[in-house]
Design a protein around this ligand. Structure first.
Ligand code: KIV
Ligand code: ZN
Length: 534
């Protein structure tokens, strides 16, 4: 492999770095749903997790490797510290994938060496070299990351890169772990690597960066101009702290401005060929799927996928766009799959039409999932005349959510109004199959519902975020509720869609409580196992 590729490789780390943000925790089946969609989107590499981190992570990597890591599918990758046990776990979990990669890392900045690793440069150099060689003994595709590279001494960085490439690294990734660099500095780091690492032509240069100063995407684009050919990014930019560079922003910047970037990749300026393998029409759908399953909302003014990204409010802008879209639009909403919002189904549509449209939208549901989704579709169609593609996506995303089905909402009833004290009655089915009903008074109907639910579930928690968004315009629109709650130091998210927003609020809350309840059960089980070992 050589870094002379004339295309940009997209390495998606939504399921690894993205999942590291508080509350974004996904279960194995949800990770699989996202991985399948990432494959449809056309990412080259999916970092599916950190196999050694927990049995759940191991299983997720392994399942994705088996189901998504097919002959024509993306490369499936697992992260591993530069430690033998991590590398072994990664190799084992990746076995079912046709194309697999181990991504191993160790810090190289003096600040990390002194305070975190408590190791000398010579020790780190030796470990990096040895562990890359060890990873190489399992597979040919090995990526090495010198963590905190952007704050590392350049001479030491060059040395580490030279030795790890010699030991077999086929990709060397340069992380701006703390999101500190500016675009010109980051570009200069890549340039310095190309000029000072003698065997750099034997590896692809990759970049990874956090958005602490809001510069991650700009840094990456500068890195591309200086020779980086792999970009590590996440859907909606989710990730540790302020997140990672956002996939949709990078891909669309490279697409919309390809004439600007073409010469840096050795292409004729006027070439219309895509710089990435991404099917841009899948971007919006992927963004919504990740937002729904992680509970990480997309800010309305977010570039590319925010609700306002293609909305024109000012009269002057609207006037211009009506006369010619190019006056105020640099890209067509259809390019990201946003305008494909056809009204396709209604209450007379049958199962076949439903199945066919879902297939066209890229949803492959099992018979059980399809049956469940069809029942929901009929319920919604009774209340809402026209069902658009977005409504269908909301219904299906809601149905295929894989939050543990412990408590179920059976009934929600509220009484409220200007002269009434908001009162709610709820009936939940417990994990043991019992139906429990309770009632409460609140400051508003949702508060009353949540208080009543808490009386049944009885797990102390603090609601830290509550949001309602409508899927389409109109009085009969489906409302999507996303909530986040805190239990001790952990955050859990929940999501639900319904034409009745009070019902959606109850379901979203129970959805988050189920995740919390399931985490508590796992914790209990782990305690029991440790006690047995002692
Ligand atoms: O931010 C970082 O440095 C990382 C590495 C593991 C690549 O996530
Ligand atoms: Zn990171």
């Amino acid at each position: 492999m050589t870094n002379k590729t004339d295309r940009i490789i997209i390495f998606d780390t939504t399921l690894r770095d993205g999942e590291q943000c508080p509350g974004a925790t996904l279960n194995i089946d949800e990770k699989l749903v996202i991985a399948k969609q990432l494959a449809r989107l056309g990412v080259d590499i999916i970092e599916a997790g950190f196999a050694f981190a927990s049995p759940g992570d191991f299983e997720a990597v392994s399942k994705i490797a088996k189901i998504v890591g097919t002959e024509n599918g993306p490369v499936i990758c697992s992260l591993a510290r530069a430690i033998k046990a991590d590398i072994e776990a990664a190799a084992e979990a990746l076995k079912p994938a046709v194309n697999a990669r181990i991504h191993t890392f160790i810090s190289t900045s003096d600040i990390h060496l002194e305070y975190q690793l408590r190791k000398s440069r010579a020790e780190v150099l030796a470990i990096a070299e040895e562990m890359v060689a060890y990873a190489k003994s399992f597979m040919t595709d090995v990526e090495f990351s010198p963590m905190d590279a952007a704050r590392s001494d350049p001479e030491f960085l060059y040395q580490v890169l030279e030795r790890t490439i010699a030991a077999g690294a086929t990709t060397v990734n340069i992380p701006d772990t703390v999101g500190y660099t500016t675009p010109s500095e980051f570009g200069a780091i890549i340039k310095g690597i190309i000029e000072n690492v003698p065997n750099i032509d034997q590896a692809i240069i990759s970049v990874h960066g956090h958005n602490d100063l809001g510069l991650a995407v700009a840094n990456f684009l500068e890195a591309v101009k200086n020779g980086a050919r792999q970009l590590e990014c996440t859907i909606n930019g989710i990730g540790e702290r302020a997140g990672n560079a956002s996939l949709e922003e990078l891909v669309m910047a490279l697409h919309v401005r390809r004439q600007y970037f073409n010469p840096y990749l050795g292409r004729p300026e006027e070439s219309q060929e895509s710089l990435t393998n991404i099917d841009t029409r899948q971007i919006y759908k992927t963004s919504r799927l990740v937002s729904n399953l992680t509970g990480m909302l997309v800010q309305p003014n977010k570039a590319i996928v925010g609700a306002n990204a293609f909305a024109h409010e000012s009269g002057i802008h609207q006037d211009g766009v009506l006369k010619n879209k190019l006056t105020y639009e640099i890209m067509d909403a259809q390019l990201i799959g946003l305008a494909d919002n056809q009204i396709v189904l209604g209450k007379h549509s049958g199962r076949n039409a439903f199945r066919t449209r879902l297939k066209e939208l890229g949803f492959e549901l099992s018979d059980t999932e399809l049956n469940k989704a069809f029942v929901r579709f009929k319920e919604v169609a009774d209340k809402k005349k026209d069902i658009s593609d977005w409504d269908l996506e909301a219904i299906v995303n809601d149905e295929i959510q894989q939050a543990p089905d412990l408590f179920r909402v059976e009934l929600v009833q509220v009484s409220c109004g200007s002269n009434a004290r908001p009162t709610a009655t709820v009936t939940l089915r417990t994990p043991q199959g019992e139906e429990l009903t309770d009632a409460a008074i609140g400051t508003g109907p949702v508060d009353a519902v949540y208080k009543a639910i808490n009386r049944v579930v009885n797990v102390p928690n603090e609601l830290i975020e509550f949001s309602v968004q409508s899927v389409t315009a109109g009085i009969d629109a489906i409302g999507e509720v996303t909530i986040r709650l805190r239990y001790e130091s952990k955050v859990f998210s929940g999501h639900a869609a319904n034409t009745d927003i009070i019902v959606a609020s109850a379901q979203a809350y129970v959805n988050a409580l189920n995740r919390l309840y399931s985490a508590l059960q796992t914790q209990e089980k782990q305690k029991e196992i440790s006690a047995q070992k002692v």
